[in-house]
Each structure stands twice: as structure tokens, then as C-alpha cells.
Design a binder for this molecule. Structure first.
Ligand code: FMN
Length: 351
């Protein structure tokens, strides 16, 4: 996929998706201010490139949770992939495998954990957990994930209740027996948190106590996703989290939060040596990835662009999007004088 196609990708995916699927993918909470600012805040940062460095051979490898990966790019957990492609998360997982990048499968997936695990090769698969009210069901899920080779649990903490999205509310998708939250107890039809039935209900009642329990109970390392403050990030590490994902859920639940570009540096500084820091939200260019790493993130996650690729061309589309990000990161590194990720230092970004 070349840059011209990548620029048009969202439009192409929009044209191909049923309107309700596009609304679900694009949705942000309320006035979608955070959706827009997530993107514009990376773009606003200015680079201070170094010159006359040897950049013929660029190494983008990184260690994530102790495993060496070829790039600092991962697929963010996003739900309900059968809305976008008939093969759903199996195609997404295969695309990530082809790109050699970690895939974080969402709780709200439409494909069985076992079938996603079957797509795994060298790159790890992680699972995003919403903490369900019934602890026995969470335990059964943890054991099933571990038995299927998943190597990390990502606890999402930024949406104890669903936010409200006027866009998604206007275009509710019809619940369908083909599109189930198939890994949830009872495999319910996959309605989104924006459905009026859920308004105001605490769907995922995790607190610090549940995080502590999860860390003890899980044989897999636990990561916390959806942190925007250094004090919370430090508390996550103190409660045993191995990594924190700086995220505002792609602006989908609470609008007008600080952007992840604005929050990541403070959190990375506070967590130095205590836990790894990843970031997502609005990453659309290789230069965005470079800026995120310069501000202290160890890796980034890609949300909506992977869905656009999935919509257009299934597993190959996901692979192409991820590969495009890798190519852009390499180019951004060469143009800023970086031969490896350790060269991507804070001073590359203007204050
Ligand atoms: C359609 C869609 C569904 C999502 N579902 C989940 C989810 O089930 N769990 C979760 O932790 N985050 C979910 N997210 C948030 C993503 O993991 C990620 O934080 C966000 O998409 C990153 O922003 P970006 O889309 O601008 O790259 C979802 C995002 C989208 C677009």
C-alpha cells in the first residue's frame, strides 16, 4: 500500500462499510473533540532532526514484556470485527501475524479465542479484558486464555460505564445472531456500549482491589489500558501491572480528556524503571510513532486504521496498514538521524 492509498484508506473504508459499522468505528463520545485532538496533537508537535548520521541500516527492534519484537507497533484491541469483515478477528489476527506484530484481541470479539490463537506464529497475542461482575467467569476466561497461549492480559479501566456517542446512537446496528460477543458468558448478541439499554449502568466494576486480585490470579502479566495521569500510572505499577497503556479509548467514552500526546511524557517519566509504557490514540503517521517514542513510550497501538485495512482487504489489508506504519517509521527515523530506537531521544521533539 503506498502513501496515496493510505491517505484515501478511511474514505474507501467508509464507502464500503454499512453506515452503522462506519458509525461504530468512527464514533467518539459527545462532540468528538478528543477524537479530533488525539490526531491533531501528534501533528502539532515539531521535530528537531539530527543530520549527518549514518542511517543506511535502521533497526526498529524493541523488547516488549521481555520478548524481542521487530517493531514497536501493535494492534489495539477493538471489538466486533465481523461488522467489518466476514472473517472477523481471525483475519485481523492473521494480518498482525503476517506483519510480525503483536495483536491485542478484544473482549468483545466475534471469533472464538481458540480460533484467534490458531492464527498465531512468532508474534505474541494479548487479550483485552473488561472486568465482568462475576469473578468465577473472569477466572474461567483467564485459564482459557492461558491454555490458548495468550501472554498478557490488558485490563481496560477507562470505561466503567459506556460513554455516549450521538453518531453511533443515530446509526445503531441491528443485533444479529451472526455477530455475537462469542467469548462472553452466554455469547450475547454484540450490542455496543452506546445502546440506550446500557446508559448509566456500571458494566465493568473494576477497582484497585480487582486489579490486585487479577495480578495475583493471572499467570500472564497484567497491563492496564486507559490511564491518563502519572499518579494513577504509578499506582498501577505498585499494584503489580507490568505495563500501562496511555489511552483515552480513542476518544470513545469521555470527551475532552487530555490527549495521549499530552499525557504520555509525564507518565513515562513517572514510571521509568517501574513498568513499560505504551500509547495509543490518533497515531496516523510514522512521525507520530517517532514522537511517541521520543516522549517516552516504548511502543504504540493502532486502532481505527487497522479496521480500515480489515474492511478493505481482510488479513492482507491489516498487514498492509501495519507494514505501511513500519515503512513510515523507518523513513521518519532516517530523516531525523536515528539508526535505532535508542537514538529516538526527547530532544527530537521541540518543547
Ligand atoms: C471500533 C472500536 C472498538 C473499540 N473497542 C475497544 C474495546 O473493546 N476495548 C478497548 O480497550 N478499547 C477499544 N477501543 C479503543 C482502542 O483500543 C484504542 O484505544 C483506540 O482505538 C486508539 O485510537 P485510534 O483508533 O485513534 O488509533 C476501540 C476502538 C474502536 C475504534
Amino acid at each position: 500500500m503506498d502513501s496515496v492509498d493510505f491517505d484515501a484508506l478511511e474514505h474507501q473504508a467508509h464507502a464500503k462499510m454499512p453506515p452503522a459499522s462506519f458509525a461504530f468505528c468512527a464514533a467518539g463520545a459527545d462532540d468528538e473533540i478528543s477524537v479530533a485532538e488525539n490526531i491533531s496533537d501528534w501533528r502539532r508537535l515539531r521535530l528537531r532532526p539530527r543530520v549527518l548520521r549514518s542511517v543506511e541500516n535502521v533497526d526498529t527492534s524493541v523488547t516488549l514484556l521481555g520478548q524481542k519484537m521487530s517493531t514497536p507497533i501493535m494492534v489495539a484491541p477493538t471489538g466486533r470485527h465481523k461488522l467489518f469483515h466476514p472473517q472477523g478477528e481471525a483475519a485481523t489476527a492473521r494480518g498482525a501475524t503476517m506483519a510480525g506484530m503483536p495483536y491485542c484481541m478484544a473482549s468483545n470479539s466475534n471469533i472464538l479465542i481458540e480460533d484467534v490463537a490458531a492464527e498465531r506464529k512468532a508474534a505474541p497475542q494479548w487479550f483485552q479484558l473488561y472486568y465482568w461482575p462475576n469473578r468465577a467467569e473472569v477466572e474461567a476466561l483467564i485459564d482459557r486464555l492461558h491454555a490458548n497461549g495468550f501472554t498478557a492480559l490488558v485490563l481496560t479501566v477507562d470505561a466503567p460505564v459506556g460513554g455516549w456517542s450521538p453518531r453511533a446512537a443515530r446509526e445503531q446496528h441491528e443485533p444479529s445472531p451472526d455477530i455475537l460477543n462469542i467469548n462472553m458468558p452466554g455469547s450475547p448478541m454484540a450490542r455496543t456500549a452506546y445502546h440506550p439499554d446500557f446508559a448509566g449502568k456500571v458494566l465493568f466494576p473494576a477497582t484497585w482491589r480487582e486489579l490486585e486480585w487479577l495480578v495475583k490470579r493471572s499467570p500472564m502479566p497484567v497491563l492496564v489500558k486507559g490511564v491518563l495521569r502519572a499518579d494513577d500510572a504509578v499506582a498501577c505499577a505498585e499494584h503489580g501491572a507490568k505495563a500501562v497503556i496511555v489511552s483515552n479509548h480513542g476518544g470513545r467514552h469521555l470527551d475532552t480528556t487530555v490527549t495521549t500526546a499530552a499525557a504520555v511524557e509525564e507518565i513515562a517519566s513517572a514510571l521509568a524503571g517501574k513498568a513499560e509504557v505504551y500509547v495509543d490514540g490518533g497515531i496516523r503517521r510514522g512521525t507520530d510513532i517517532l514522537k511517541a517514542l521520543a516522549l517516552g513510550a516504548r511502543a504504540v497501538l493502532i486502532g481505527r486504521p487497522a479496521i480500515w485495512g480489515l474492511t478493505m482487504n481482510g488479513a492482507d489489508g491489516v498487514r498492509d496498514v501495519l507494514e505501511h506504519f513500519r515503512v513510515e517509521l523507518v523513513r521518519a527515523m532516517q530523516l531525523t538521524g536515528c539508526a535505532s530506537l535508542k537514538d529516538i531521544t526527547r530532544d527530537l521533539v521541540a518543547d
